[in-house]
Design a binder for this molecule. Structure first.
Ligand code: ADP
Length: 140
């Protein structure tokens, strides 16, 4: 099934100049860019995006960090894109992510928050997240 999924190249990815490298991994796996832009995330957006984490002790750290510099949000499209992108990323904790995955290769092994890239985790979140960050006429 052809799907669309949302990714965010997080502040650590931008700071390390890894945006091209990370996008290349997705493209090499057969995924195609359907939308892409650089934005400074607002507090409203970050609270909405991480609504499931607002009560976590690390939420303040996570949200301040996500707003700390511009990030790239993009929509990737392809066969089984939602699961494929999550597999290419690896698990949330970069320390547990195997070599060859994006988080395993580039994420911070000590600081869980710094894991390079966000990706939608299911069909419902993918459509909600795409609509959160893009107008209809920005997705091709
Ligand atoms: P994922 O991004 O893999 O879908 P979550 O939705 O659970 O994972 O968490 C969102 C983001 O919050 C993570 O990608 C990571 O940056 C941060 N995070 C998650 N768990 C922790 C934690 N225990 N300590 C610090 N930061 C965390």
């Amino acid at each position: 099934m052809i799907q669309k999924t949302l990714i965010i190249l997080k502040p650590d990815c931008m700071e390390k100049n890894l945006a091209g490298t990370v996008l290349s991994r997705f493209e090499a796996a057969g995924l195609t860019l359907a939308a892409c832009k650089m934005i400074q995330i607002s507090e409203t957006l970050v609270r909405e995006h991480y609504a499931h984490l607002v009560n976590e002790p690390f939420f303040g750290f996570l949200s301040n960090w996500m707003m700390s510099r511009p990030v790239i949000v993009a929509v990737l499209q392809g066969e089984n894109a939602i699961e494929k992108v999550r597999e290419l990323l690896g698990p949330t904790k970069s320390a547990n992510a195997p070599a060859g995955t994006i988080r395993g290769d580039f994420g911070n092994k000590e600081i869980v928050t710094y894991n390079i890239c966000h990706a939608s985790d299911g069909e419902a979140s993918a459509s909600a997240e795409i609509a959160r960050f893009f107008n209809e006429n920005e997705v091709f």
